[in-house]
Structure formats: structure tokens, C-alpha cells
Design a protein around this ligand. Structure first.
Ligand SMILES: C[S@@+](CC[C@H](N)C(=O)[O-])C[C@H]1O[C@@H](n2cnc3c(N)ncnc32)[C@H](O)[C@@H]1O
Length: 267
């Protein structure tokens, strides 16, 4: 599955605002006092997590940004402020997760990835992180909650279709979709990690027109692909929703979960 630079640029400010500060503070506290830290960011896109976390960590930082999309990797920060070193690594995380985790690392990060992966891959991730004693910060996993205001009679069917589409294969086997965050917290608990988690919902206001239009179009496309709704119903819903956005009357909340998991067993 590919993601456009335009989409990742559009969502980044909303992601930044949504990221759960208690979870970020737990990450920063876990790294506090170290002169230097090495961080591996899985499925980095254009570097959103690097930009979100960099100012929160006071140590000298070395980041390894991993993604399988070369055009996104090319748009990650090419220069970095003093005390921050950034390198990129093209890796298919379905094939070579272990290679991405190998080498020196003090923290693994990811954002907007876990809802794309399968239960099997998640298990593999938890086990591979645990054998390396790696703490994991995973932000912005979609949790299935979508609220649109004002309500439309077709919202429920669209949300059900979107959540069904979320569970289709995104390159890692059948995706966990909305179940990902809960499953991940359980998995890391089972391999001996402590976990702090918190909500990181997107809250779009009427002025956030571009991202609302993009989201609604994506949801309509997903509903169409599932075939769960007659096409005229999908088109009618999208038309009414877009009209509300254009009229400056649309509020949308999309549920996400962030967590930080760290191994409690001693080396
Ligand atoms: C929703 S985007 C999130 C990007 C970034 N973490 C962010 O929050 O902006 C999902 C990312 O997963 C990457 N991705 C998807 N499948 C992958 C795979 N098999 N191996 C490595 N990266 C993958 C995509 O290229 C994309 O950058």
C-alpha cells in the first residue's frame, strides 16, 4: 500500500496536535539522563515522528528512518540541527523487520502503522523487540471511532464499511485495523513490558476543510471498495458531507491510541 507525500504533509500538523503528551513524556523520561540515544523509526513516511519527538529528547540523537517507499524516504529531513544525526534505510518491514531492528538502538518508534499490520506481524514485532530489550513508542493507531457532526443517516453504514475495509490486507496480511492498539498493548504485556497508553484523537473543526474533504473522500472510496453499500448511497452521503464541509458546519473526530511500552524484565 502506498501513501502520498501530500497526504502525509496534510495530516502531520493534526497528528502533532493529537499525539498524547503523557505518552510522549513517558518516552522522554525513559531516555532522560543518557548522553546519546539511537532511535529506529519504523514506517517513517516523511519523518513525522522524528519532528514530533526530536524537541522532547534532550540527549544527542541518532535516528534511523525506515520505510519501503523510496520516494517518501527521499523527503525525510536531509539536514538536521546540531546534536541530531539522521540516516535512512529502505526496508520492507513485512519481509525484513528483524533487519530493521538489528544494530544499536535505545528506542523503536512508529506512527500510523500498527492498524495496517496483521496479528501475526504484531506478534513478531513484540517478540523481536522483547528479545532486543527495546522500548517501543507507537503513536496514532486508529481505534475504530469516528464521530461526525451534524449526523447523517448513512454515517453508521459508512463507518462500518470503513472499519471492514481497515481489516483488509495492507501488505502485512489481514490487517488488525481498529483492533490494533488494543492487541498491541496486550501483546507487549505478554512479553513482559509495562505500557502507558492514551488517546490521540484527531478533532477536525469546520476550518479544517482540506483534511476533512480528503478523509471523507477516502472513506467513500473504502466503502465503495467493500461493496457493502449501494454506490448511489455512498455518492449521496459524500455529497451531503462535502456540502457541510464547504458550508463550514462540519466537525469530525477520529479515534486514535498512542502507547509507550518498555521491558520491565532486567537484561
Ligand atoms: C500511514 S503512513 C505513516 C507514515 C508516518 N509514520 C507518519 O506518521 O506520517 C504508513 C507508512 O508505512 C509505510 N509502509 C507500508 N508498508 C510498509 C512495508 N511493508 N515496509 C515498510 N514501510 C511500509 C508507508 O510507506 C508509509 O510511510
Amino acid at each position: 500500500m502506498s501513501f502520498s507525500t501530500g497526504w502525509l504533509e496534510l495530516r502531520e500538523p493534526y497528528d502533532l496536535r493529537a499525539r498524547n503528551m503523557s505518552v510522549i513524556e513517558a518516552v522522554a523520561a525513559a531516555l532522560a539522563g543518557r548522553p546519546s540515544v539511537t532511535i529506529v523509526d519504523l514506517a517513517c513516511g516523511i519523518g513525522s515522528t522524528l519532528r514530533a519527538l526530536r524537541p522532547r529528547i534532550k540527549s544527542w540523537q541518532s535516528w534511523r528512518l525506515v520505510d519501503n517507499d523510496l520516494s517518501l524516504l527521499a523527503r525525510t529531513p536531509q539536514s538536521s540541527p546540531p546534536g541530531v544525526h539522521v540516516a535512512t534505510a529502505p526496508v520492507d518491514l513485512n519481509l525484513d523487520l528483524e533487519a530493521a531492528l538489528d544494530g544499536p538502538a535505545d528506542l523503536v518508534t512508529t506512527s500510523a502503522l500498527l492498524d495496517l499490520v496483521s496479528d501475526e506481524w504484531l506478534e513478531r514485532f513484540a517478540v523481536e523487540a522483547a528479545v532486543r530489550h527495546l522500548p517501543v513508542y507507537a503513536a496514532l493507531s486508529y481505534d475504530g471511532r469516528i464521530e461526525m457532526t451534524p449526523a447523517d443517516a448513512a454515517d453508521g453504514k459508512i463507518v462500518a464499511a470503513v472499519n471492514a475495509h481497515q481489516r483488509t490486507d495492507k501488505g502485512f496480511g489481514p490487517a488488525l485495523g481498529p483492533a490494533a492498539a488494543k492487541a498491541a498493548v496486550e501483546r507487549f504485556g505478554r512479553v513482559g513490558y509495562s505500557v502507558v497508553q492514551g488517546m490521540s484523537d484527531w478533532a477536525f473543526e469546520p476550518k479544517d476543510r482540506d483534511i476533512q474533504i480528503e478523509m471523507l473522500s477516502g472513506w467513500a472510496a473504502a466503502a465503495r471498495e467493500t461493496g457493502d453499500m449501494p454506490l448511489p448511497d455512498v455518492i449521496g452521503w459524500l455529497t451531503r458531507r462535502r456540502d457541510l464541509v464547504v458550508a463550514g458546519r462540519s466537525f469530525i473526530r477520529v479515534g486514535h491510541v498512542d502507547f509507550f511500552a518498555w521491558p520491565t524484565a532486567t537484561r
